[in-house]
Design a protein around this ligand. Structure first.
Ligand code: HSE
Length: 421
């Protein structure tokens, strides 16, 4: 069986850190539970992952190498993310930060990735659904390490408490590494509000909440893009290298991933005065992102490229103009990804038809599915649309489903409480 190793190349004397190299286009299979519950924050490169045994798992083409550069000056995270954020290289802080809180609790919202034609480069956050992470300074945890003490909520038993194999743990370790924390150990507790494999960015919400929590404990020194890169580390390991969930989970609102190497994120401002509702119909069915990525074509024809590119452009324009009807039309238009995935989700084609017939401006698969997302500008109509979608899941897919109507979350991951030191 092929192995993919994360290698420690050498100790870099100038910056006091290991240089790690990762093989490009690495692929990982489902994560086994590992026996220990702690891991070094400097990720002493013991992580070895087994290469995927199954079919080709789609990876975005510009997966970067991890490189280190000299530290940049302290740059606290802005609460309102800038329009464009860029990060070409991993940054390490020169001095080890002190904790400013003994404990914090954070929240990160659910996300709708792809938004139809924006596969792997467009996503948005939705309000009222998400994961919480509590992080506390814990003298019983080895300095520089992270431990996961508790996981509660939906499907908690399916998740590993080993931080190397848990989305929150992986992101927390990466934030500790980027901050250069060596003298303090942290305990995390994860409260899952989102179901696994639902298409609502469950893994990204855990990673984003953990990244924010750890960063805040140490005085919020990392920038937005560094937090997204920490979340990407986790996404890469569990489902594939894509930032269209973790970007909006951290930044809120609509986010365009303009480039992966270097990572460039654009926050797309949907006008504050406009009404926009997402109808999210989630069937009782699991669609693992890895499997749904494996169903995608490795190449596409020029006509499909032209069509999807024009629709993605139209979608960005509709977001910026607050034109919900045009947004819905563009969201509904994907000819590359949705046609491959919809047949794998029982009833999806009928659900989309039912949503449009009930007055939705558009409907598609949320992320990798199985949740279907429709958009409207009226909350009451949104509830009626949701009922039709649930009926269609049952009638055509023989699946029980639940529908909720949500607004855009414009804030992204945030602290909900903290205890100062
Ligand atoms: N862009 C990713 C995909 C999102 O569609 O595979 C997964 O939630």
């Amino acid at each position: 069986m092929p192995r993919i190793m994360v290698l420690v190349d050498k100790w870099h004397k100038d910056i006091g850190a290991f240089i790690l190299t990762l093989p490009q286009r690495s692929r990982f299979s489902a994560l086994p539970s590992a026996p220990t519950a702690t891991a070094t924050a400097t990720a002493t490169a013991t992580a070895t992952a087994t290469a995927a045994d199954g079919p080709f798992s789609y990876q975005s083409p510009f997966k970067p190498f991890t490189t280190l550069s000299l530290p940049k000056p302290h740059q606290p995270r802005k609460t309102q993310p800038s329009v464009v954020v860029r990060c070409s290289k991993t940054q390490l802080l020169s001095t080890e930060p002190e904790p400013v809180f003994t404990s914090v609790r954070s929240f990160a919202p659910a996300t709708v990735a792809n938004l139809g034609p924006g596969f792997d480069f467009l996503g948005c956050a939705v309000d009222g659904l998400g994961d919480h992470v509590s992080a506390r300074v814990d003298p019983s945890v080895h300095p520089g390490e992270v431990s996961i003490s508790e996981i509660s909520g939906d499907n908690a038993k399916k998740l590993s408490k080993n931080p190397l194999w848990n989305c929150a743990g992986i992101a927390a370790i990466e934030v500790m590494r980027r901050l250069g924390v060596r003298s303090v150990g942290l305990s995390l507790s994860l409260e899952k509000g989102l179901p696994l494999g639902s298409g609502l960015g469950s893994s990204a919400a855990s990673a984003a909440a953990a990244a924010i929590a750890v960063n805040e404990i140490f005085g919020a020194r990392l920038s937005t893009e560094e937090l997204v890169l920490a979340g990407l580390k986790s996404e890469e390991k569990v489902s594939g290298y894509h930032a269209d969930n973790v970007g909006p989970a951290i930044m809120g609102g609509f986010v365009l991933i303009k480039s992966y190497e270097p990572l460039e994120l654009m926050s797309l401002k949907f006008p504050a005065e406009k009404e926009l509702f997402f109808v999210l119909a989630s069937p009782d069915f699991e669609a693992p992102t890895k499997k749904m990525r494996a169903a995608l074509p490795t190449e596409i024809g020029m006509p499909h490229h032209v069509w999807n590119s024009s629709q993605a452009g139209a979608l960005v324009a509709a977001v910026l103009q607050g034109d919900v009807e045009a947004l819905g039309r563009a969201l509904s238009s994907d000819k590359i990804v949705e046609p491959r995935r919809a047949p794998l989700i029982p009833g999806m084609e009928a659900v989309k038809r039912a949503a449009i017939e009930a007055g939705a401006f558009g409907c598609t698969i949320s992320g990798a599915g199985p949740t279907a997302v429709a958009v409207t500008d009226d909350e009451a109509r949104g509830r009626a649309i949701g009922e039709r979608m649930v009926e269609a899941f049952m009638a055509e897919g023989k699946l029980r489903a639940e529908a909720v109507v949500r607004r855009l979350d414009r804030v992204g991951a945030r602290l909900v409480s903290s205890i100062p030191r």
